[in-house]
Design a protein around this ligand. Structure first.
Ligand SMILES: Nc1ncnc2c1ncn2[C@@H]1O[C@H](COP(=O)(O)OP(=O)(O)OP(=O)(O)O)[C@@H](O)[C@H]1O
Length: 262
């Protein structure tokens, strides 16, 4: 069977024993997990834990030292173009050309993804994300929340099977954050799977079906947020940081430690 004709039941993302190193330093050390169709999966970890490096390996931006990465059953290293065609990516700080207008950006990036958008389609898409009044505005004139919404639209213009979002709500106000959660849930409803990173335990609990906590490149635990609380509630490290009934944040701090990371 060719890699492109992967079995229908394949996980949307299947990572096993992933190792990423920069020079001599291993920053992702044997990570493995699967994401299923229509699932929102959160990758949690302190600064420097290896979250972005894991995403970069899936995106084909860094070459793993070892391990296997399958997107929809397609090996990212053996068939990178086929794998990438199934991905939508929003990097940690998405920036577009400052002088281009929303309309120009939508046309340009739609074209790069092979999606031709008419003026009417752009208008109705922008209406759906509350940017219809801003069509003629330049990227640099948009607020942070507006820029994030546009970046998410561009990342999903080709209806990707798997959407990778690196801290998509960092720096947003509560209204914009809720708006983005809603949009992410809509995308799940439309059949996409989503892998996101976040430092917000509230966000992880609100939108993620399952989460994994990683630290020093190692996956420490994985499951539904409520399952992780149940599983680790008696752990002395968790109890020692909990104020009352353990929360997901207590589990996170208990497993990853209280010291501040660089
Ligand atoms: N291009 C690079 N070259 C060398 N070291 C790197 C590179 N990118 C990341 N690192 C290092 O790899 C480690 C993991 O970084 P990574 O960005 O994957 O962590 P992260 O979990 O995404 O952190 P954050 O929450 O701060 O974004 C860090 O120590 C970082 O300094």
């Amino acid at each position: 069977m060719s890699e492109v004709n992967a079995p229908a039941q394949a996980a949307v993302l299947d990572i096993s024993d992933l190792r990423v190193a920069y020079g001599e330093r291993t920053v992702v050390d044997g990570v493995g997990f699967q994401i299923h169709r229509g699932e929102i999966f959160g990758l949690l970890g302190p600064n420097g834990a290896g979250k972005t490096s894991t995403l970069s390996a899936i995106e084909g931006l860094v070459r793993p030292k070892s391990g296997r990465l399958l997107v929809d059953g397609i090996d990212v290293q053996r068939a990178p173009l086929d794998a990438k065609a199934r991905l939508g990516v929003q990097l940690q700080s998405s920036s577009f050309q400052a002088e281009l207008t929303i309309q120009e950006i939508a046309r340009l990036y739609g074209g790069l993804y092979g999606v031709k958008l008419s003026r009417g389609q752009i208008r109705s898409s922008m209406q759906a994300i509350g940017l219809e009044q801003e069509l003629g505005k330049r990227f640099k004139q948009l607020s942070g929340g507006q820029q994030q919404r546009l970046a998410l639209f561009i990342a999903t213009v080709h209806n990707p099977l798997l959407l990778l979002l690196d801290e998509p709500t960092a720096g947003l106000d509560p209204q914009s954050r809720r708006g983005l959660w809603r949009r992410i849930e809509e995308l799940r409803g439309e059949g996409s799977s989503i892998l996101l990173t976040t430092h917000s335990m509230e966000e992880a609990q609100a939108v993620c079906d399952r989460v994994a906590i990683i630290d020093h490149g190692v996956l420490l635990t994985i499951g539904k947020p409520s399952e992780l609380i149940d599983k680790h509630r008696e752990d002395p490290r968790v109890l020692s940081v909990a104020h009352g009934a353990p929360t997901l944040e207590d589990v996170f701090i208990g497993l990853t430690g209280s010291e501040i990371r660089d």
